[in-house]
Structures are given as C-alpha cells and as structure tokens.
Design a protein around this ligand. Structure first.
Ligand code: SF4
Length: 81
C-alpha cells in the first residue's frame, strides 16, 4: 500500500508513530520518518493513523482511495477499537 505524509502540514504529534510504529517513527522531537510503501499487513494500523492525525497530514489508499477519508474522523481519541 502507498501513503504520503504532507510534512509541511505535519506537526510532529506522533499519533501515527504510536498507532503504526512499523510504518511511522519519530526522529528527534518533531521529525517524522515513514515508509511510503508500507506492507499490506499494516493497512489497518495505517488507517487508524490517518484518522488519528490531528492535522490530517497522512494520505493513503488504506481507506479505499487516496485522499478518501471518513467524514466523521476523530481527533486522536479512541473509537472503541
Ligand atoms: S500524527 Fe500527523 S502530525 Fe502527528 S506525526 Fe503523524 S503525520 Fe505528523
């Protein structure tokens, strides 16, 4: 699966690194490093990271199409899963 993080938008909140550490990691205080071609097995985790990112910096095909995000996405709070 493919993903892109808009690093101009990313504020280094690290929600993605917490939810999908196999794909996203923080280097230093605010610098994000990620795998733009994540393994398919991480699709669900990446989808959670997309929804959790407070600034919606992550774009991926994990939710059915690049740029396609759920309208009721949370702001990093638990959705019960
Ligand atoms: S959750 Fe969003 S703002 Fe935070 S590090 Fe990840 S991409 Fe950046």
């Amino acid at each position: 699966m493919r993903l892109v993080v808009d690093l101009n938008r990313c504020q280094g909140y690290a929600q993605c690194a917490f939810l999908a550490p196999e794909v996203f990691s923080m280097h230093g205080e605010e610098s994000l490093v990620y795998n733009p071609r994540a393994e398919e097995e991480h699709r669900e985790k990446v989808g959670r990271a997309v929804v959790a990112c407070p600034v919606r910096a992550i774009t991926t095909d994990a939710l059915g199409g690049v740029g396609d995000r759920p309208a009721e996405a949370g702001q990093g709070t638990s959705d019960g899963r």
